[in-house]
Ligand binder design. Sequence first.
Ligand SMILES: *Cc1c(COP(=O)(O)O)cnc(C)c1O
Length: 380
Amino acid sequence: MTKIRYFDNAATTKVKPEVLEAMLPYLKENYGNPSSLYSIGRNSKKAIEEARKKVANLINCNPNEIYFTAGGSESDNTAIKGIAYGNQKKGRHIITSKIEHPAVLHTCQTLERKGFQVTYLKVNSKGFIDLEELRNSIRNDTILITIMFANNEIGTIEPIEMISKIAKMYNIIFHTDSVQACGNVPIDVQKMGIDSLSLSGHKLYAPKGIGALYVKNGIKFEKFMDGGHQERDKRAGTENVAGIVALGKACELANNNLKEHITHLKELRDYYIKKIQEKIPNAILNGDIENRLPGNTNFSFPDVDGEELLFSLDAKGICASAGSACTSGSDKPSHVLSSIGLSNDLASKALRVTFGEDNTKEDVDYLVDSIYEIVEKSKK
Ligand SMILES: *Cc1c(COP(=O)(O)O)cnc(C)c1O
C-alpha cells in the first residue's frame, strides 16, 4: 500500500496519542452519567470540569463561560441564533462577511428567513474585510457582528482586535468563528475583546463531534437545545464525557506547545511556498502572505484542473483539498475564492495544502515533486 501523506489539516486532524489515551477511561470503566451521584458519575462530572478549565485556559476566559457542544457548526449555530433571538428586542440586524464558513453563512440565511436582516461584507483580493465598510454598515438596530478569526480556505487572519474595538464602540456583540485559529494562533478573548467564540475538537487533534462555545458572562443568548439542565441549562443532553476530556487534553497540549507548533507549521508552509514558486513559476498564491494561518497554503495552478490534480495526488498517497471539504462535491466555485476575485477557471484550479504537526520537510519535498510531475504531464 502507498504511504499516506496527509496535508489536509484544515479539513480535520489526526487524534493525538495523548488525547486518545486521556479519553479512553471514560469509554471503559468510567462510564457513569455525570448527573449521577455515585462515584463513577461524580468522576465523569469532575473530568468535565477539569476539561472546561483547560479549554478556558487556551483562550483566557473563565471556565464558566465555556459550553460544550457537538462541534464547530453547533457552536456557530448556538452563538449566532442564540444571540440573535436573545437580543432581538434591541434590533434584528446582523453583520457578517461573504467568506464565512457555511456554519455561519447558512445560519445567517436562516435568520433572514425569520425576519432578521444581514449585511454580508465583501473582502479584498487577500481576503480581508474593510473596516470602513464595517463601520458604515452599522445601524441603530445592529445587534451582532460575526466575523471569522481565520479563513479555512485561504488562511487569511482577519483584524480581530480592530473589529472588536468597533463593535465595543457601538455596543454591539462580537462573535468569531475561530475553529481554524484555535491551537494555531494565540487567542486571548479578554485582550482581544471577543464576546463569543466557536472552536472545534477535530481541527486541533481531538475527535470529531466535540466542540466548545465561549460566551462572555452577561451576554444574553437563547439556548439551542431543549431538555435537561446540563451545561448550566444552555445545552441539554447527556454530556459527551470522553469527547470533552479529549478536547480538554487537546487544548492543554495546544496551549503548552503553541510557540513550537506555530514555528514548525510556518517552516513547512514557507518552505513549500518557496519550492512551489521556484519550480512552478506561474502558480498563483491565494490569500495573504503576512496575516495567514501558519499551516495554510492555497495555490492555483493554471496548467492543471484542480480535480485532476487531486486524483493524481491521491494515487501517490497524498491527501489535499480543492477548496474546502464542506463545498467539495458541488461543482460551484468556492464562495471564498470567488469573493477574493478569482475567475471561475483559476478557482477550479486551486489546491489547498494545510500542514499539521506530523508533517516533515521530507513530506513537503515529496509533495512538491509530485505536483511538479503532474503539472508537467498535463502540459503535454
Ligand atoms: C470545520 C469548520 C467549522 C465546522 O466545525 P465542525 O466541528 O466540523 O462542525 C466551522 N468553521 C470553520 C472555519 C471550520 O473550519
